[in-house]
Ligand binder design. Structure first.
Ligand code: NAP
Length: 548
C-alpha cells in the first residue's frame, strides 16, 4: 500500500474531483466529517479538465453556472464572458480548490477500479487501478454524468495513420490544425462548438453527420463590468428565484401555450429569443417539450433560420433536423450553421448508410474515400451510468451494481441504491441532474448528503440503505414524469440510445428541481424515510479508528 492509500481514518471517500467532489469535500469538512477525494486525472475540474476541445464552453450563463454556497466567493469571482470558456471554468475550479484549501485532501492520479462493501466491518473497501487500497464507512460517487467518452465502433479506426482525438479526452497541449485536412465525426454539442473553430484553422474540414442537431445562437459577449456588478448586487435574490425554476436556471420562462398564441405573435417571440440567444429559446412556451404540435412551431422556426443562413439549399436541408426540438439536448453555438458557407467545409450525410470504414488515410462513406490527416471524434458519452458501471461495485451479499443495473439504472432519489448501503451518488440517474443547471443540482445533493452523514453520526447510526419498496416507488415516479416529456420518446443519450446494447430507459428525473428538492427534504425530515438505518456496530460509532 502506498502512502496515498493507507494510514488515514477517513469517514468518507469521494470519487471524482469535479464540481461535485470539490464541494462535497468542503461541506463534509464543515460538518466535521473526515473525507478525501480520489481523482483519476492529474488535475481537478472533472469534465472541464478533460473537455479541452477547441470552442468548449458552457451553454449556461457563467453567472448561473457557478457555485452559490459561498456569497463571498460569488462576489469575488469575476466572470469575463456571458458564457464561460472551458479554460475560465477550469481556472474557477482551481481557484475554489485553493480558496477553500481543498487540495490537501485530494489524491490525484487515482482511478478507482473496484469498490466492495465489507459486511463484517460495515465499510467500503476501494482499490485503484494501480492496486492501492482505501477504506471508509461511506463512499460518495461524484463521478459525473457525462464523463465516459464513447468511441464509435467503426471498422478500421485503429488503422488510421494520422491523429485521432475524442473531444472528451482532448490533449492538454492542444491540436494543431493549421494546413491539415480534418474530419469531425458527430454533430452534437461538442461538435457544434468545435466545428466553427476547427474550420477557421484547418485547410479543409469534413463533417460526418448521422443525425442533424438543433442549435440556437449563443450571442456570447464579454460581460460588461456594470452588468456583472448589477448581478452581484442582487445575486442572492437571483439564485433564490432560479431555484424555483424546474431547470434551476433563471430563464425568462413563459406560462403561455404556443398553440394558443396567434402565429404572428409567436414568430415575434421566437425571433426575440433567437436574437437574445441561448437555451431560453425553449422557454418561449410551456408546451414546447410536451406537445408535438406546439413543438413543431418552434422547430419550424429554427428550420427556417437554417435555410436563411446556409446558402446551399441542399446543405441546409441536410442540416435541418426532423425530430422535435429539445428532445435531444438543444445545442448553443457561435456560428455553427454559418460555417457550412465556407469553401473549406464539406458536410457528409451518413444517416442512410453509416461510415463504411476508416483506412490508413481517411474515411470511406457512401463509397467515397475522404482523405484526412486528423480525425476528431465528437461522438459523445456513456451518459449517467457509464462512470458508475466501469467501476466494479459490489454491495451486500456479493451483488454487483452491473448485475443490478443490467436492465437499466434503479435508484432511490438518484442518491442511493438498494443493496448498496452507505453509498451515495451525486446527480445519479433518477435525479434532475442533466435536465437542469448542474451546479445547483450538485449543491442540493451535496448538502443533503452532508446533512445526512452528520445526522447519522449524531445518532450513532452505522449504515443507511434504501429499501427496495422506496426504490421501486421512486422509479415508478421517475417513469411517470418521463412519460410527460417528448424527450423520453426520442433517441438520445438521455435514454441510452447512443450506446449499442444499453438498455433503453429515460435516466434523469423530469419533475424539476423544486418538486425534487421538496421530496428530498421531506424524506430527511421524516427520519430518512425509505431508508433502513442500523446502529453502528463498533464502540467508536461512526468515526473510523486511526489504523494501528
Ligand atoms: P452527443 O450529443 O451524444 O453527440 C454525439 C454525436 O456523435 C451525435 O451527432 C451522434 O449521432 C454522433 N455519432 C456517434 N457515433 C457515431 C457514428 N458511429 N457515426 C456517426 N456519428 C456518430 O455528444 P456531445 O456532443 O459530446 O454532447 C453530449 C452532452 O454533453 C450534450 O448533450 C451536453 O449535455 C453536454 N455538453 C455540453 C456542452 C456545453 O455546455 N456547451 C458542450 C458539450 C457537451 P447520433 O445523434 O445519430 O447518435
Amino acid at each position: 500500500m502506498s502512502a496515498a492509500g493507507a494510514g488515514r481514518g477517513d469517514d468518507a471517500l469521494i470519487v471524482g474531483a469535479g464540481f461535485a467532489g470539490l464541494y462535497m469535500l468542503h461541506r463534509l469538512r464543515q460538518v466535521g466529517i473526515r473525507a478525501r477525494v480520489l481523482e483519476a486525472g492529474d488535475g481537478i475540474g472533472g469534465v472541464w479538465f478533460w473537455n479541452r476541445y477547441p470552442g468548449a464552453r458552457c451553454d449556461i450563463e457563467s453567472t448561473q453556472y457557478s457555485y452559490q454556497f459561498s456569497p463571498d466567493l460569488e462576489q469575488e469571482w469575476c466572470w469575463s464572458e456571458r458564457y464561460a470558456s472551458q479554460a475560465e471554468i477550469l481556472s474557477y475550479a482551481n481557484h475554489v480548490a485553493d480558496r477553500f484549501d481543498l487540495r490537501r485532501d485530494i489524491v490525484l492520479q487515482t482511478r478507482i477500479a473496484q469498490a466492495r462493501f465489507d459486511e463484517r466491518t460495515q465499510t467500503w473497501q476501494l482499490r485503484s487501478q494501480d492496486g492501492r487500497q482505501f477504506s471508509a464507512r461511506f463512499i460518495i460517487m461524484a463521478t459525473g454524468c457525462l464523463s465516459v467518452p464513447t468511441w464509435p465502433e467503426i471498422a478500421g479506426l485503429s488503422s488510421f495513420s494520422g491523429e485521432v482525438h475524442h473531444t472528451g479526452t482532448w490533449p492538454r497541449e492542444g491540436v494543431n490544425f493549421a494546413g491539415k485536412r480534418v474530419a469531425v465525426i458527430g454533430t452534437g454539442s461538442s461538435a457544434i462548438q468545435s466545428i466553427p473553430v476547427i474550420a477557421r484553422e484547418a485547410r479543409h474540414l469534413t463533417v460526418f453527420q448521422r443525425t442533424p442537431a438543433y442549435s440556437v445562437p449563443a450571442r456570447n459577449i464579454k460581460l460588461p463590468p456594470s452588468v456583472l456588478a448589477g448581478i452581484k448586487a442582487i445575486y442572492r435574490q437571483l439564485r433564490a428565484r432560479a431555484k424555483q425554476m424546474p431547470t434551476g436556471v433563471l430563464f425568462d420562462s413563459s406560462t403561455a401555450k404556443a398553440l394558443e398564441t396567434p402565429p404572428a405573435l409567436r414568430e415575434r417571440e421566437y425571433e426575440r429569443r433567437w436574437r437574445r440567444g441561448g437555451l431560453t429559446f425553449l422557454s418561449a412556451y410551456c408546451d414546447i417539450l410536451t406537445d408535438r404540435d406546439a413543438n413543431k412551431t418552434a422547430s419550424d422556426f429554427v428550420r427556417a433560420k437554417i435555410r436563411s443562413i446556409v446558402k446551399d439549399a441542399a446543405v441546409a436541408e441536410r442540416l435541418s433536423p426532423k425530430t422535435p426540438i429539445g428532445a435531444k439536448r438543444l445545442c448553443v453555438d457561435l456560428g455553427y450553421y454559418e460555417t457550412f458557407n465556407r469553401e473549406n467545409v464539406t458536410l457528409v450525410d451518413v444517416s442512410s448508410a453509416p461510415i463504411e470504414r476508416i483506412t490508413a488515410t481517411g474515411i470511406i462513406a457512401q463509397g467515397t474515400l475522404h482523405e484526412v490527416d486528423i480525425i476528431v471524434l465528437a461522438t459523445g458519452f456513456d451518459a449517467m451510468t457509464g462512470a458508475l458501471l466501469r467501476i466494479d461495485i459490489e454491495g451486500r451479499n456479493g451483488v454487483t451494481l452491473r448485475r443490478r443495473w443490467h436492465d437499466g439504472p434503479r435508484t432511490y432519489l438518484g442518491l442511493a441504491v438498494h443493496e448498496f448501503p452507505n453509498l451515495f451518488t451525486i446527480t445519479g440517474p433518477g435525479s434532475p441532474s442533466v435536465l437542469t443547471n448542474m451546479l445547483p443540482s450538485i449543491e442540493q445533493h451535496v448538502e443533503w448528503i452532508a446533512d445526512c452523514l452528520a445526522a447519522l453520526r449524531d445518532s450513532r447510526i452505522g449504515s443507511i440503505e434504501a429499501t427496495a419498496e422506496a426504490q421501486n416507488a421512486w422509479m415508478a415516479h421517475v417513469a411517470e414524469e418521463a412519460s410527460k416529456t417528448l424527450r423520453a420518446s426520442e433517441n438520445s443519450w438521455y435514454v441510452g440510445a447512443n450506446v449499442p446494447g444499453k438498455p433503453r430507459i429515460f435516466m434523469p428525473y423530469a419533475g424539476g428541481i423544486p418538486k425534487y428538492t421538496q421530496t428530498c427534504d421531506e424524506v430527511a425530515a421524516r427520519g430518512y424515510e425509505g431508508f433502513v438505518l442500523e446502529p453502528a456496530a463498533t464502540a467508536t460509532g461512526f468515526l473510523e479508528e486511526e489504523p494501528a
